[in-house]
Write a protein that binds this ligand. Structure first.
Ligand SMILES: Cc1cc2nc3c(=O)[nH]c(=O)nc-3n(C[C@H](O)[C@H](O)[C@H](O)COP(=O)(O)O)c2cc1C
Length: 201
């Protein structure tokens, strides 16, 4: 089993990355492979609304001069997807929004290709706007027919400067509980898939 995580922050290895890594550490401990991709420094254009993905249905975006198609294939081969973002003016970062718009249109044009995968949002915030950001990312998972595990609080960590989220004890616990619940859910879904495969044989 594998979980791929995306950090949508413009700041590499900042608070969002720290929070995501807390979730990934628990997943790894539970025997699940993980990969973290940081969007910082990558040029990701927003969706141009060309509609090609809806016509061609080849699981790709027509824009080829960035890494979005690679990210789509990494999501497709994973059992779980984590989308992490800092809060910028009460919403996700433009990098994460561009990723969601492009990937979302391709996925929905291809028979909801992430259907029944497990999805989780992770958000870093200084003071306010974390919940709208969390909700907006969850809207991506929900419209893609994905399954969202909960945690002991909404998946938000508080901090301004790099590393500040380490001091948010409850935020860190929330990420660790999320990791445990995500691992539990992934294992349940995987068992079910295995037994369905066996029945079909
Ligand atoms: C352009 C910009 C806008 C921001 N807007 C908000 C905001 O609306 N609310 C808030 O609480 N923090 C805001 N912040 C602070 C970040 O959310 C906070 O520093 C977060 O920990 C950054 O995560 P990172 O280290 O992963 O980049 C903003 C930061 C930037 C750079």
């Amino acid at each position: 089993m594998k979980v791929v995580a995306f950090n949508g922050s413009a700041r590499k290895d900042g608070n969002t990355a720290i929070l995501i890594r807390r979730v990934l550490a628990v997943l790894e401990k539970e025997g699940i492979d993980t990969e973290l991709i940081q969007l910082s420094g990558k040029q990701i254009h927003g969706c141009t609304a060309c509609g090609t993905c809806r016509k061609v249905k080849n699981k790709e975006c027509k824009i080829l001069n960035d890494e979005v198609n690679l990210y789509i294939s990494k999501m497709a081969e994973s059992d779980g997807i984590i989308l992490g973002s800092p809060t910028y003016f009460s919403m996700m970062s433009p990098e994460m929004k561009a990723l969601i718009d492009r990937v979302g249109f391709v996925a929905r044009s291809n028979n909801d290709m992430f259907k029944q995968k497990v999805g989780a949002a992770v958000v870093a915030v200084r003071r306010a706007g974390g919940i709208p950001t969390f909700d907006a990312i969850n809207h991506f998972f929900l419209i893609n027919q994905m399954i969202i595990p909960g945690s002991s609080y909404w998946n938000v960590g508080i901090g301004l400067n790099k590393g500040d989220v380490e001091k948010d004890e409850e935020g860190i616990k929330t990420m660790e509980d999320l990791g445990r619940n995500m691992a539990w859910l992934l294992k349940k879904i995987n068992l079910k898939n295995l037994s369905n495969k066996r029945k079909r044989k």
